[in-house]
Design a protein around this ligand. Sequence first.
Ligand SMILES: [Zn+2]
Length: 368
Amino acid sequence: MLDKKLQAYKKKERIPGVTPAEYKKEFPFLKEVDSFALCNVQLQLEKAFKDHFRNRKQFKLPKFKKKRDKQSYTTNNVHNSIRVDFEKGLLYLPKIREGLKIELHRRFEGKIKSVTVSRTKDGKHYASILVETENPRNKVIEPKSRACGIDLGLEHFAAVTNDFGSYKVDHPTYLLKAEERLKRLQRFLSRKQKGSKNSEKARLRLARKHAYIANARNDFLHKLSKAIIDENQVVVVENINVKGLLKSRLAKSISDSGWSKFLTYLKYKAEWYGRPFIQVDRFFPSSKLCHRCGYKNEDLALHDRIWCCSACGENHDRDVNASINLYYVGLGRPEVTPVERALVDDRSPNGLPKKPSRNEAGSSTTYG
Ligand SMILES: [Zn+2]
């Protein structure tokens, strides 16, 4: 179907409508599969062309899939054709008489709408089940802290300040280790002869490692963003220009660290739970301002990890200080200026109470 459409496109002819039925004679195996699978492919293909003509810049022309890429099909539930037996751990799909043995991640309630079965590059099979339910959102927890400031970093994943104090969230060690192993597997693969059996084996191992890292990182980002949204009423982050930074020489570590995903997760979770999510202007000098007296350190360089305020003598950890300033924004004090000094000084000597916050995801270092 794609070929027929592309041919017409190249010849600048009208793009013809095509249906899977036309091909059943030539390719008898199409009769073996469930008709919704074919129908959904046709719908997706039509949508892809429609999107392309609507916005050529954002939506490229559809391409053929590679055999090695992720493969998938979607089928719809009609007259109970799709069922899940939670007790036996079986999934029933159209055209498959016996239930498929599955590993269930969780139980669900509600009406099954459709199922997408996919095989990832690492050769594993997944079924994602779309279900219609009354209220898909989790219960909202009362926040313990009024506000929270988050400074994203590379050395540590983030520095966080809320009502209970400041802490740093490290990159999970299992991820760092997995990345080391990934590098080794990459070298291993590059030494193998292309197309050989051993190279195929190495490729599969590499794909598995990639999938493991992607899943583990996603898990970490989801748990951390959930914990932060649960705990705090107002969440403030710096509006970092991730796209711009990706062009810099730090690109690899930034895209690996999952910053942009993390911000996306925070944003939609904040929306779900009705918590204000603030991204401060990128010109707000969160790192350069002394959180204690409001002095602006114009000489602060990117590699300065610690600095001493020449106005009040306070020693600062760069990232923690930035997160404190962002926390103040959340409290409704956008900028700590020297005029407001009295306001700052009425707090405890470090500007913040001592008790650290408990954080579920990742290990963290606590700062008094
Ligand atoms: Zn100061």
